[in-house]
Design a protein around this ligand. Structure first.
Ligand code: GLA
Length: 383
């Protein structure tokens, strides 16, 4: 096992496999002078991931295509300045970041708990989105790298104080990224609190399996193991209905190109400006991750499979990307040039009695796991 100090510079893992490793270097400085570090992980098959302790942001993820050629499949930047720029903060796409306390929206930035009304920061019109103005995507996490027999990774810890962004209770959060030699990125989330509070943690990477900056994601074939979704109003707050996907453009139970129905005349697609919806996963278990979604890109053959213990997944087709942010290879991130699949509880659950609860009580431990599996194949996969 590598301790934090040993992982300074370059180090091989305990198994002695020279191909695997962790290294750490300085990425930049926050305006208040605190240092931001970048950690680079490589697995036994050459998959490489870089993560920073600011926002827990995944900067890059290089995986092989069906020919064995590696490319970076997540959107992002190469410098801290770009993540801190006014332009980026206004566009607010949350590239690669950890999201908390509450991924997705809470209506009117308000909810009641045990008879008390709590007001949260509103940062999406009148609604609260992705934890508020200074969500977990914009805080400095304490980071500790590790390596073990399964792979290498990073434990990130952040304590959100009572009242932060309006939330009750002091929340101690721990997120672990593990890049395994089975070509998986395993994300484990844990939290404890000293007062009841809503918690809904997620990861907001945008993928383009042909390579970031290579254009539209509309030709990617998507499967989501969901028979239903939660329709929204025009501010993207769920109406409370659980609607079957059958016969709608939201039916991804069979592999379907993302773009095939995205321009259909459909009120939900109009409200979302495309797909920006929570899917109700068909099989739900809180103990072991189950396959939720699969995405295959025909030119590269790259296949991404996502398994989770969460009951929902937000499929966002990058509708707010507008070509004004320039990514790592100097290409503008145009409309729908990346997609996010955010494993989560349903949006606005604190105000929706029929949705699974997101309230964490003192004495309980919040625990969820999401696994991203990377592979490549020339043939389209089955459902
Ligand atoms: C989530 C939301 C979207 C949007 C993106 C970031 O996917 O549901 O509406 O806010 O994050 O732009």
């Amino acid at each position: 096992m590598l301790g934090g100090a040993e992982a300074q510079g370059s180090a091989d893992t305990a198994s002695g496999d020279a191909a695997r490793g962790v290294d750490k270097s300085v990425f930049g400085q926050l305006p208040d002078g605190r240092q931001v570090d970048v950690y680079r992980f490589t697995n036994a098959n050459g998959i490489e991931m870089r993560v920073i302790n600011y926002g827990g942001i995944i900067l890059s993820l290089k995986t092989p295509d069906a020919q064995g050629e590696f490319d970076d499949i997540v959107l992002g930047f190469d410098s801290l300045e770009e993540y801190l720029s006014d332009e980026y903060r206004q566009a607010n796409p949350y590239f690669g970041a950890l999201i908390g306390r509450y991924g997705n929206r809470i209506a009117g930035g308000q909810f009641s708990l045990d008879g008390e009304t709590h007001s949260l920061a509103t940062n999406d019109g009148d609604n609260h989105l992705h934890g508020g103005r200074q969500g977990f995507d914009r805080v400095l996490w304490q980071a500790e790298p590790f390596a073990n027999d399964e792979g290498a990774g990073l434990v990130l810890r952040y304590t959100s104080e009572d009242g932060e962004e309006g939330y009750p209770g002091r929340l101690e959060t721990e997120v672990t990224y593990t890049l395994t030699d089975a070509d998986e990125l395993v994300v484990d989330y844990r939290a404890t609190t000293d007062k009841p509070t809503p918690v809904n943690l997620t990861q907001h990477s945008y993928f383009n399996l042909e390579g970031e900056g290579s254009g539209s994601i509309l030709d990617h074939h998507l499967t989501i193991h969901a028979d239903a979704f939660t329709p929204v109003d025009d501010t993207l707050i769920p109406t409370g209905e659980i609607r079957p996907v059958a016969g709608t453009p939201f039916d991804f139970t069979q592999p379907t190109p993302i773009g095939e129905r995205i321009e259909q005349d459909n009120e939900q697609l109009t409200f979302g400006k495309g797909y920006d919806h929570n899917f109700v996963l068909a099989e739900q278990t809180a103990s072991e991750p189950v396959l939720a979604a699969r995405v295959w890109e025909p030119d590269s053959g790259r296949l991404l499979e996502i398994a989770t213990t969460e009951p929902g997944i937000q499929f966002y087709s990058g509708n707010f990307l507008a070509g004004d942010l320039i990514g790592k290879r100097g290409q503008a991130y145009e409309h729908r040039s990346g997609f996010a699949l955010e494993t989560q509880h349903y949006p606005d659950s604190p105000n929706q009695a029929n949705f699974p609860s997101t309230i964490l009580e003192p004495g309980e431990t919040y625990r969820t796991r999401t696994v991203y599996r990377f592979s490549a194949q020339e043939e389209a996969p089955g459902s």
